[in-house]
Design a protein around this ligand. Sequence first.
Ligand code: DAH
Length: 345
Amino acid sequence: MGRSDASRNDDIEAAVGDALGQIAGASTLEDLRAVSAGLTGKKGRLARLKAALGGIADIEERKTLGMLVNEALATVTGAVAARENELVRTSLAARVAAERIDVTEIAVGAAGSERRGRLHLVTQATERLEDVFIGLGFRIAEGPEVESDFYNFEALNMPPSHPARSMWDTLFVETDPPGSVVLRTHTSPVQIRVMQEWPPPIYAVMPGRVFRRDTPDATHMPVFHQIEGLVIDRGITFADLAGTIEAFTKAFFGSDFTSRLRPSYFPFTEPSAEFDIRRPDGSWIELGGCGMVHPHVLQAGGLDPDEWSGFAFGFGIDRMAKERHGVADLREMYSNDIRFLGQFP
Ligand code: DAH
C-alpha cells in the first residue's frame, strides 16, 4: 500500500461527502435528477476516479480501490433513491393539500343564508330502518345488484321455468347463455349469500336497489329499494316472525301502530304471508311479504333444515318514504328537483 493509495482513499471519501451534500440540497425532483446525472454519470467525480484505477500497477491495490469506488457509487445511488422517495412524498402531500376539497363546506347564499345539502328521502328512510333493526339485534348485509339466475331465482326454490318466476318482471343482462344474469328483482338473493357466508345463528337485514321491467307511474318505478330480513336459529317459529314484525312496526312507526299477517304465497317461504300496518285512524297500509324460510332455501344456503329454521321478510323502502311523507307520486322522488328534495331536511 503506497501513499497514493491513502490519498485516493481520501478522494473517494471526499467525493461521497460532496455527493451526499448535493443530494440533500436538491429541493425538487428536477434538481435531484440533474444532481444525480452529474454524480453517477460518466463525467462524474466517482466515474473519473474509477477510470483512473486503470493506471494503478499494483493489482491488489487496484482491486481494493475498485471495491471502494463501487461501494461509494452504491452509497450515492442509494442516497439518490432515498431523497427521491422523500421528495415524491412531500410533493404528493403538497398536492393533496392544495387540491383538497372540503365537502362539508356550507355554501352561503346571496342573502347570507345557509344552503346545506341533505340526504335523499330514500337514504333517510334506509338509515332509519337500519337503526331500528340494529336496535332489535340485527346486523346489516349487502349483495350485488347484478345477480346470477341462481341467487335471484333458483336458490330461492324457483328452478328453471318455475311459474313463480313470472311474479317478477325481470330485466336480463345480455350474456351467453342468455338469461343467466339478471338485475336482481328483489333483495331476497342476499339471504342466500348471507347463509353461505355467515355461520348461524343469523339476524340480518339487507337493504338495496332492485330492478323490474316496469313503466314508471305514481306507484311504480323500474328501479326502487327493498329491505330484506333474515333470521336463522334453532327452534324459530311463526310466532317469532309475527312478534318481530310487530316489534318493528311499533319501533319504526310508533306505539299507536300495529301489524297483521295475511296468508299469501312466495316460493321461498312456507307458510308465506303478507304483512300490513294499521295506522292509528284504523286504515291499513300493505307493506311486504314474509314467511318461514323454505327447507330448499336453507339447503341452498348450506344449512341443514333439521337443525336450523328461520323466517324472512322483505318490503319496499321507497313506498314507506312515500307513505311517511305523504308524497303523491313516486316519480317526484327521482326527478332530482331540488325544490322537492329540499322539503325533507
Ligand atoms: N322478495 C319478495 C318480493 O320482492 C318479498 C318477500 C316476500 C321477501 C317474502 C321475503 C319473504 O323475504 O319471505 O316480492
